[in-house]
Write a new protein. Structure first.
Length: 214
C-alpha cells in the first residue's frame, strides 16, 4: 500500500530507510574508480589496465596544468578530508530526490519499541494500513463499516483515533498524566501532539511507548 519510492527514502524524510539498490550500486562502483586512481601495485588494477589499455589511452596521457607543473592530487568534494566514502556518496545521490519533511518522521523510530511495531506506526502515519477503506481503493468491494463500534466507515484515523472504544484507551493514559485534549484528525498530528505533551514528562521513554501500546 506504500510506493517503493517512499520505502527507499531515508527515515528522517518519511521513508522506511531501506537502501536504494541503484544508488548503492553506483556508490560502490565509484569506490572502485577511486581505488583505481591510488592503488598502483595491486594485481586487479594491472589486469583492468591491460584489458582496457587504460594506460595507453590518449585520455589518460599527462596534461600540463595551467597552474604549474606540480603533480595533481584527487580531492573528493563530498568529504571535508577529500577522501571518498561510499556512505557519503549514497547520501549525496539520495538528497536531490527527497523533499524537506513536513513532519518530524524520526519520532516514530525514537521510542524503545519493537521494530515491527515502529513499522506499523509508520504505515499508520502514511495512512496505508489495510483498513477497509484502503482495501476498497484497490477495487475490492466491501461494506466499509468499523467492526469495533459499527457506527461509521473504517479508516485509519477512525480506527486508531476516533472510534469511541479507541478514545477510551487514549483517555485512560491521558488521565494518568492529568491531560485532556481534543483528538487530532490525523495520525501524524496525534503523534506530534503527543511528543509535544511529553516534553515535561519525567520519563520520556515510557511516554513515547504509550501510543505504540494503544
Amino acid at each position: 500500500m506504500v510506493k517503493w519510492e517512499s520505502v527507499v527514502t531515508g527515515k528522517k524524510n518519511g521513508g522506511l530507510g531501506i537502501k536504494n539498490l541503484i544508488f548503492q550500486s553506483e556508490a560502490l562502483r565509484m569506490k572502485w574508480l577511486w581505488r583505481y586512481s591510488f592503488e598502483d601495485q595491486l594485481m586487479w588494477k594491472r589486469v583492468v589496465g591491460a584489458k582496457y589499455e587504460a594506460e595507453d589511452s590518449w585520455m589518460t596521457k599527462d596534461v600540463t596544468s595551467p597552474y604549474g607543473a606540480e603533480e595533481d592530487a584527487l580531492w573528493w568534494k563530498g568529504s571535508s578530508k577529500g577522501i571518498f566514502k561510499v556512505g557519503a556518496a549514497y547520501r549525496l545521490m539520495e538528497q536531490p530526490s527527497q523533499q524537506i519533511p513536513i513532519w518530524p518522521w524520526r519520532q516514530i523510530w525514537k521510542g524503545r519499541i519493537p521494530y515491527k511495531v515502529s513499522c506499523f506506526i509508520w504505515l499508520l502515519a502514511k495512512e496505508a494500513a489495510l483498513t477497509q477503506d484502503n482495501v476498497m481503493k484497490r477495487g475490492i468491494t466491501l461494506c466499509s463499516r468499523c467492526f469495533v463500534c459499527g457506527e461509521t466507515s473504517e479508516t485509519v484515523s477512525h480506527l486508531f483515533l476516533h472510534c469511541k472504544f479507541t478514545q477510551q484507551l487514549w483517555r485512560v493514559f491521558l488521565s494518568l498524566k492529568g491531560i485532556s485534549w481534543a483528538m487530532p484528525r490525523r495520525i501524524t498530528e496525534a503523534l506530534k501532539s503527543w511528543e509535544e505533551a511529553g516534553v515535561l514528562a519525567k520519563d520520556r521513554t515510557r511516554w513515547r511507548i504509550i501510543p505504540a501500546s494503544i
